[in-house]
Design a protein around this ligand. Sequence first.
Ligand code: PLP
Length: 418
Amino acid sequence: MLKRYLYNTDPEVYEILLKEDKRQENSLEMIASENFVSQSVLEAYTSTLTNKYAEGYPNKRYYNGCEYADAIETLAIERAKKLFNVNFVNVQPHSGAQANAAVFLAFLNPGETFLGMDLSHGGHLTHGSKVNYSGRLYQPIFYGVRKDTETIDFDQIYQLAKEHKPKMIIAGFSAYPRILDFNKFREIADEVGAKLMADIAHIAGLVAAGYHPSPVGVAHVITTTTHKTLRGPRGGMIMTHDEEIAKTINSRVFPGIQGGPLMHVIASKAVAFGEALRPEYKTYIEKVIENAKVLAETFMQRGMRVVSGGTDNHIVLLDVGKKGLTGNVVADELHAIGITANKNTIPFDPHPPMITSGIRFGSPALTTRGLGKDEFKKIGNIICDLIENINDETIKSKLKKEVEEITTQFPMNKFRLD
Ligand SMILES: *Cc1c(COP(=O)(O)O)cnc(C)c1O
């Protein structure tokens, strides 16, 4: 129905998109960085603003005809400011990686040193991986977690900062299940004269709803995606309290690394921020955290090892190495019974990133779909049953049916929490 034009004009594309709709409907989405946007977010995303070139910023554009582009970008900015209680926002980054690139360009010259979290301990590609611009153009130094607690090692960060005098320190992660203490990061940054960048790509929704300490007013600059826990369209955003930093950031986003902003995406971001400002969103985030906790507890009750012994956020990192398995094998077997998650390195992983000892699970998407504690417990048990019977085809087909029962019980967009 929604794609009636495509159905007639381009059945080839229509067919594939329909299959993707069905894939999302018929599987349990547990990739921690994914979510399901509302119909309103999707509608704004498909608006005619995709036709508009609006290089520049509101009331300072290069082309004419930007009156509504200005109105929508201003609205997105105002809502984001309210949502995060921050003075300056740039909503133009096309993605989280682009947001980070703009900050690197603002704070560092090529070849200069920064401190970021090791990818294998939970960091992100853009925090210094050698296959990424951040590691190719700049000099990364990595910190990690302590071996005993698997929580961030501030003594190590302090020592590395003293030794290497980085120009910037990044506080942020893609696979870390605990709360970040931004104040401790800032103390260390101040002591060595570094800028602090908080990358809240994963936890933005928790921060907005007040369930994770906010880096606003603590970090010099904050980057985020808008499509993870924030449940908006695919995109990025940069925030700061400091007017001078804001000016530099704006010029690094455009013309620094981007051309025309994706105005339809910015419209969709405005809608998502509007949703996140509603009380229902707070309830949603509460449930995201609650459901992740139930999942972690179910794993541990079944004798599985959960990295750091639990979770404070929406992420659960399961160590399947303890069961003699690898992350890639378990992720593929999960996929075969209808559960989508990703292989992930765990701290001090003996395996490389394409193999790994871990699986990363997240609760945001299924919580949006309306699943609660009972279902997360059920799913936790299904996952444990699978891991314990990884070569048993009879049990695996039984588990696949159990997954099907849950997906049919919770049709997309029927029980969803908007
Ligand atoms: C997801 C993520 C990003 C990158 O976001 P993209 O939109 O995929 O470019 C950056 N930093 C962190 C910490 C992330 O988790």
